[in-house]
Design a protein around this ligand. Structure first.
Ligand code: ASP
Length: 346
């Protein structure tokens, strides 16, 4: 490790790295190696800030598991050479990527801060500059013993730092694009950056090597329960091949239609060896299948409660667990456990 604080700034794509063409007003990605010229403010940090740009850069709608593997590998390869990592990423799937990396990177001891913007960095009213500058400052922040203040995969956006696997993109309009409804913010950037250390995950002992995981299995389907859903459609969905798990997005605290046809369909999926994970459609709160009889009937047929996990974290966790284990019991046990801060165990 060098004396000068060092940050690797990775540009993957998304709005933040765009510039408006002065003639046509079209938005185009700018040459990211020129970021220090675009934002001379970054030089004032006095840190070593190296940049790496994906080529080609992607709109985050095109994120897939190969992209997560590339990003994880990049962090693994540079893990010992930098104090922290800032990942510029499109906002649309940022919560999925931050959730996935929280599982793939394992027990990290360095900050990996995702950020982006709603307006391109090359526009006058951009939110990108503050997001980027504060993300770098957070990634570089250390305590009095020289340990990182936030050794986690996070999202920083509009003055708030969130645990990545607790977030959801909440608005396509406002600058505060993300929410972490079930977990407190990890830091708040005002005049000072105030770290909420009681809610940050710290390793029991420092100095463990990074052990990333690359095996993911995306054989997961999401089914959102809606009033009036058709039996034959649900039946077809749970019968298709190639899936190992279903995220069932239910109402409120984990409730679904009480009709026998519905429970029969879900039971059929479970009997076929599928894992069914119950996640609430609500923005906040948790699944409690004991609260109502409509939830209880799901529990009785073997549906697994997803607690207060977001859909994004549930999907990423399933990809991760299905990639690691073949035995459903182990997977279900781990779904009920908090592995990377994604779940509040009760
Ligand atoms: N479509 C863009 C993306 O997610 C939006 C953004 O960057 O905010 O890549």
């Amino acid at each position: 490790m060098q004396d000068k604080t060092s940050i690797l700034l990775v540009y993957t794509g998304g709005t933040i790295g765009m510039k408006q063409d002065p003639v046509s007003f079209d938005l185009r990605p700018f040459d990211f190696s020129q970021i220090l010229e675009e934002m001379p403010e970054l030089k004032k940090f006095g840190y070593r800030i190296d940049t790496y740009s994906f080529d080609p850069v992607i709109d985050s709608s095109d994120v897939d598991i190969e992209f997560w593997k590339r990003l994880t590998r990049l962090i693994e390869e540079h893990y010992d050479s930098y104090d922290g990592f800032v990942i510029l990423h499109g906002t649309d799937t940022m919560s999925f990527s931050a959730s996935a990396l929280s599982f793939m990177l394992g027990d990290i001891e360095k900050p990996v801060i995702f950020t982006g913007s709603q307006l391109p960095i090359g526009m006058l009213r951009t939110d990108g500059k503050e997001n980027l500058i504060s993300s770098i400052e957070i990634a570089a922040s250390k305590d009095k013993d020289g340990h990182p203040m936030v050794p986690e995969v996070c999202i920083y956006f509009e003055s708030q730092l969130y645990r990545g696997n607790r977030t959801t993109k909440y608005t396509a309009e406002n600058f505060r694009a993300f929410r972490s409804a079930n977990y407190p913010v990890l830091a708040e950037a005002g005049i000072h950056i105030k770290f909420n250390t009681a809610f940050i995950r710290y390793p029991e002992t420092w100095g463990k090597p990074l052990r990333p995981v690359y095996d993911l299995d995306p054989s997961v389907l999401i089914i959102k329960v809606i009033p009036g859903m058709k039996r034959d459609l649900l039946d077809s969905l749970v019968s298709i091949g190639g899936i190992r798990a279903i995220v069932l997005e239910t109402y409120g605290s984990g409730n679904a239609p009480s009709g026998k046809w519905f429970t029969d369909c879900i039971r059929k999926a479970i009997d076929r060896g599928l894992i069914v994970l119950n996640i609430t459609q609500c923005q906040a709160g948790r699944v409690d299948m004991d609260a109502y009889s409509t939830g209880k009937s799901l529990k009785n047929i073997g549906v697994t409660g997803g607690g207060d996990c977001t859909t994004e974290a549930a999907v990423a966790k399933l990809f991760f667990l299905l990639g690691q284990y073949t035995d459903n019991k182990t997977i279900i046990d781990l779904l009920k456990k908090n592995i990377r801060g994604e779940l509040t165990e009760v």
